[in-house]
Design a protein. Structure first.
Length: 158
């Protein structure tokens, strides 16, 4: 197997673990996927300005708004461009995120789902790939926005 293919597989595994960490609320696993600093741009979803934060701050922000939800993050159509000289890679994938209030077993109107794509930059340091930049582009959301504490509430296209 070529080095390039090996690195692409490592990045695929990194993203799978990252999205799994949301669903399992495994905040230590999430932190292990991140660089010491993370640029996060969720402006199309939350309506807040993008910015740089520590990996710990990123995890705490997700934990604070997602702990009460049952979630399933699905990603597909992953494409990874690796720049071995710069030791970074840019990944693009589509996503479907399903969020449910666990206290409502019937599921009727107690969900908030989003669909779109991510652009994720991964950087390699000490032989390990970590996520250093995350940009989420939301194409469509459905359900009760208010169940997600971090969702933008201005009614714009989400």
């Amino acid at each position: 197997m070529s080095d390039l293919v090996s690195h692409k597989l490592c990045i695929n595994d990194l993203l799978a673990r990252f999205f799994q960490s949301f669903d399992e609320k495994d905040w230590a696993l999430m932190r292990a996927c991140l660089s010491s600093e993370v640029y996060a741009d969720y402006s199309s979803f939350r309506g807040i300005a993008p910015g740089i934060m520590s990996g710990d701050e990123y995890v705490e922000g997700r934990r604070a708004v997602l702990q009460s939800l049952d979630m399933q993050h699905n990603f597909s159509n992953l494409r990874v461009e690796v720049d071995m000289a710069a030791e970074n890679a840019i990944a693009r994938c589509n996503y479907a995120i399903h969020r449910f209030l666990p206290s409502y077993a019937d599921g009727n109107d107690h969900y908030f789902h989003s669909y779109g794509y991510y652009l994720i930059t991964c950087s390699r340091a000490s032989g390990s790939w970590k996520i250093s930049r995350i940009t989420q582009k939301v194409l469509h959301s459905q359900g009760r926005r208010e169940i997600h504490l971090g969702a933008r509430s201005n009614g714009q296209a989400s």
